[in-house]
Unconditional design. Structure first.
Length: 87
């Protein structure tokens, strides 16, 4: 937009967004080194529920009832996951 002005607040918000993004990436790489690929994937899927709940409570345009139901079914199925025993 031609009317956008780079204010101190805008630059601060951009900088903080970058810091948070780098932190999330670092945490993801660190977790990936410590757990199996399946566990890492499961953690990612289970974290989706928090973002969906946040979306439902904050904004009025969110996932449909069918989409939320499908997510809950996936989350419930994920609770049955167990690490296989070492041989």
């Amino acid at each position: 937009d031609a009317n956008f002005a780079w204010t101190v607040h805008a630059v601060g918000a951009l900088f903080m967004s970058c810091v948070v993004g780098v932190g999330i990436s670092y945490a993801g790489f660190n977790l990936r080194k410590q757990v199996t690929a399946t566990t890492f994937t499961l953690v990612g899927v289970l974290c989706k529920i928090a973002s969906v709940l946040l979306n439902v409570f904050i904004w009025d345009k969110h996932a449909s009832t069918t989409g939320i139901t499908a997510l809950v079914v996936c989350i419930m199925a994920g609770t049955f996951y167990q690490q296989s025993k070492k041989r």
